[in-house]
Design a binder for this molecule. Sequence first.
Ligand code: SF4
Length: 149
Amino acid sequence: MNYSDFKIALQEVPGEISICFTINGCELHCKGCHSPYLWNKDVGEELTLKKYTSILKKYKSLASCVLFMGGEWFENELVSYFKIAKSLNYTTCLYTGQTQISTKIKNQLTWLKTGPWVETLGGLDSPNTNQEFKELKTNKILNHLFQKN
Ligand code: SF4
């Protein structure tokens, strides 16, 4: 599983400081995709177990959540990486362009963002968006947290 970068993200998961990994190999190819370089699974660097755990340990006192932008196409690896995050007391979130993901992945998540990018509808901050940000424990859609008014 290759990643293109990781960063500390303040807005993607409301109320959380997230370590956000962007995973390469997205197969959805949405029209107007912000980052088409992510379509190639072979670019970027391998997110090895060693690198991943060392990042999670390094940022433990700063961040509260581990967020993956994509990666559902590497199901087993993603599940095991979310399990590690949970064992270190992080909450977990996946941003996927798909409308459904496997129960196996869902079982590891605190939050899930679904839906492809559709330029005319906008992202989570748009009232017309096709995307959903959900808290899985309660099944509540929390899009309102991204919208200003
Ligand atoms: S899901 Fe995201 S990364 Fe994948 S093609 Fe759509 S906009 Fe691009």
